[in-house]
Design a protein around this ligand. Structure first.
Ligand code: GUN
Length: 295
């Protein structure tokens, strides 16, 4: 079997087109364009490239973006003061502080400081709570991108056994929550799936993975998901973004393509979908803060 390619790059372009129309309708109705503030501390090369990609995508849909690029030695108080300024700025609807942060800055303090209405990453405890209750204000970008990629490529997770490998606060944990939820009008992304979360202490990981109709790798280790861990015909999403000898590679070994029924590539799979979901959250933030366009 050669796996069908789950083309996140193409799907993200379609979604950007849909969002551009939503933004154009707002500006035509006299509303200000949505504004996203991106904050980067230091010069991590991967973070720099993600931030550039996010800003480019904003430009394509009519979201106004600004970048505050602070030196690696920036003190936490200085970053918190910038966040307070962005919280109070009416032209800014979404605030994203790129992670990871340098060691002198506590990630928690930063996540808590971003106003919950402007928290387009959906990392703030209030937004995590709302998501967990099935009443999301914003859906976290990478998990939402995974669910959209599956659904819009004909692999609806409803009723399926999904195995998520990884339990991070950014991907594995919120993804498992979203996948298990019932879809409702207030929570259309709910996956209606049966979910298993595997992690570094899971006994016989290969056996657990082989039970998956849909296998999602969000570990952060190049090539850890090998062909023997995949049931023939399963759909596999690769959330890994690992730099190996300067090349971006996923968590899934390339030999999996011979076994899986469908596979998302790295790059060009989940990554562009994450950015598309960030844009969607920023448009939603503008709607929540400045009001929707009346029809
Ligand atoms: N670093 C890696 N992924 C993310 C993300 O989704 N949001 C932010 N802010 N930082 C990240």
């Amino acid at each position: 079997m050669t796996a069908r390619r789950l083309d996140g790059k193409a799907l993200a372009a379609t979604i950007r087109g849909e969002l551009a129309a939503r933004v154009a309708a707002r500006t035509a109705a006299g509303k200000p364009a949505p504004g996203l503030a991106v904050v980067l501390v230091g010069d991590n090369p991967a973070s720099l490239s993600y931030v550039r990609a996010k800003q480019k995508a904003c430009g394509e849909v009519g979201i106004v973006s600004r970048l505050d690029h602070l030196p690696a030695a920036t003190k936490q108080a200085k970053l918190l003061a910038l966040i307070a300024k962005l919280n109070a700025d009416p032209a800014i609807h979404g605030i994203l502080v790129q992670l990871p942060l340098p060691p002198q800055i506590a990630e928690d303090a930063v996540v808590h400081a971003i106003g919950s209405l402007k928290d387009v990453d959906a990392f703030h405890p209030e937004n995590v709570g709302l998501l967990t209750l099935g009443q999301p204000r914003y859906s976290p970008c990478t998990p939402h991108g995974c669910i959209q990629l599956l659904r819009r490529c004909g692999h609806d997770p409803a009723g399926k056994h999904v195995v998520v490998v990884g339990r991070s606060n950014i991907v594995g944990k919120p993804l498992a929550v979203m996948l298990m939820q019932k879809p409702t009008a207030a929570n259309p992304a709910g996956g209606d799936a049966t979910v298993t979360v595997a992690h570094s202490r899971t006994t016989n990981l290969a056996k657990v993975c082989r039970q998956a109709d849909v296998l999602i790798a969000a570990v952060g280790k190049a090539g850890v998901i090998t062909a023997d861990m995949v049931r023939p015909g399963a759909a596999v999403l690769d959330v890994g973004t690992n730099l190996v000898d300067g090349k971006l590679v996923g968590d899934v070994d390339p030999a999996v393509a011979a076994v899986a029924g469908a596979l998302s590539p790295v790059p060009g799979g989940v990554g562009p979908m994450t950015i598309a979901m960030l844009l969607e959250n920023t448009v939603r933030a503008a709607e929540l803060i400045d009001g929707p366009v009346s029809r």
